[in-house]
Ligand binder design. Structure first.
Ligand code: FAD
Length: 395
């Protein structure tokens, strides 16, 4: 409810959201947690878990019902789902985002023909992966300067360039590649291109996996370079309108930033709960370490920060669901939740002492996993630039 420019916040989830939260939590606890440490060690996607999640509709929850998806349109509900799944393991959660990575841009920017052709199979019986490739070796934060080119030759787009750090890069059944027709046009020159790499039996020529990265955290997800060498796709595989195609993608990125922030809250919560339990049982100087004020204050700070982060995430999600301008709220949620995930997981390791540093406990994994949040989906520095730009305007 908006009241005279101020927001009246209701903290209660709907009955449906509470049920979804419970179901996701059970999935995280029963399916994700038991394999999380091994997948981290081996840097492997747990394909059985991905298939099971697909069967339950988790991986396609945010895709339109019309094409067989879950039809969820609420960013708040997506945030609730993300927190629970990332509580299980942020790497596996990333892998469960597979179809949505490519499916959401198609759902938002695509024509009905494109949705029928590509979303329907994503939502079919077979579990598939998607990828969304924006980042390049020389264009990370500075998206406008991306140099992958798209050139219309006859009735085909020809793509050339290299994409860096792409989740599911090279293993996806479909890649959405962002490329420019003319760098001097800035955002106006950039559009997404649907590059099939297995979906419907379609294989675009000229696309291949480059380096597969060995990562610090979220190791149960796949991240690789994608190399486009005269990659050809039909003319109709372009997403969104000429000159404005990328602006539509920006709202999508704002919304996905909120969902990613919820994932950060999930990781922080996992670490906090573990440290809290540990502080009750670990004894030093004849008493549980949870009796020491130094530990109690750490735990108090951790729970305060997690709650504050969740409030920012839910506020941003609520603004998105109300279809308000969300750029500032999404960036505030992302920057704060990412910082909280990094801080809380580091403090959890501290509370476990030397035991926390060892792989015998999951807190060191959560600390490594948490480090991705201030980097991907726009770094924390970029979020702060966005927040201040929204407040200050162009000085
Ligand atoms: C595990 C993982 C998975 C990813 N998956 C995907 C994916 O699926 N698809 C995709 O497209 N991308 C993906 N990314 C890429 C991610 O979005 C980028 O890493 C991120 O946008 C930052 O770009 P960069 O790494 O090139 O850093 P850079 O832009 O080079 O930044 C380096 C440092 O400089 C700072 N900096 C840069 N510009 C400014 C400025 N103007 N003011 C102040 N500080 C600045 C940054 O904050 C950062 O600290 C993934 C990244 C990771 C780590």
């Amino acid at each position: 409810m908006v009241c005279g420019g101020w927001i009246m916040v209701e903290f209660k989830l709907t009955e449906e959201q509470r049920l979804i939260k419970k179901t996701m939590h059970e999935f995280a606890e029963n399916e994700i947690r038991p394999v999380a440490l091994e997948c981290d060690r081996e840097a492997e996607i747990p394909w059985d878990v991905v298939k099971k999640a697909h069967g339950l509709g988790i991986t396609t929850f945010d895709l339109p019902e019309e094409w067989g998806g879950g039809g969820n349109e609420s960013v708040l509900t997506s945030a609730v789902v993300a927190e629970e799944l990332a509580w299980g393991c942020a790497g596996i959660w990333t892998s469960l985002l597979g179809p949505a990575l490519a499916g959401v841009p198609i759902a938002i920017l695509g024509s009905d023909e494109q949705k029928e052709r590509y979303l329907a199979p994503f939502c079919g019986e077979k579990s598939m992966m998607g990828a969304m490739a924006l980042t390049e070796p020389e264009a990370g934060s500075d998206v406008r300067s991306l140099s992958t080119t798209a050139k219309l030759e006859g009735d085909e787009w020809v793509l050339n360039g290299t994409k860096a750090f792409i989740t599911n890069g090279g293993i996806a059944d479909l890649h959405v590649i962002f490329a420019t027709i003319d760098r001097s046009l800035g955002y106006g020159g950039i559009r997404g291109y649907i590059v099939p790499t297995g979906i419907n039996g379609e294989e675009a020529p000229g696309i291949e996996m480059g380096e597969v990265y060995d990562k610090l955290g979220i190791r149960a997800s796949h991240t690789a370079e994608v190399v486009l060498n005269d990659c050809r796709v039909p003319e109709e595989n372009v997403l969104g309108a000429e000159r404005t195609g990328f602006y539509g993608a920006m709202r999508m990125l704002d919304e996905s930033r909120i969902v990613v922030s919820a994932g950060a809250v999930g990781v922080a919560r996992a670490a906090f709960e573990y440290a809290l339990d540990y502080s009750k049982t670990r004894k030093q100087f004849g008493q549980p370490i949870g009796k020491f004020q130094a530990i109690r204050f750490k735990l108090a700070d951790m729970t305060m920060k997690i709650d504050a982060a969740r409030f920012l995430v839910w506020r941003a999600a609520w603004e998105a669901d109300m279809e308000h301008h969300i750029t500032k709220y999404a960036s505030m949620a992302k920057a704060y939740a990412a910082d909280v995930a990094a801080e809380v997981t580091t403090e959890a390791v501290q509370i476990l002492g030397g035991h926390g540093y060892m792989k015998e406990h999951p807190v060191e994994k959560w600390m490594r996993d948490a480090k991705v949040f201030p980097i991907w989906e726009g770094t924390s520095e970029i979020q702060r630039l966005v927040i201040s730009r929204e407040d200050l305007g162009a000085l």
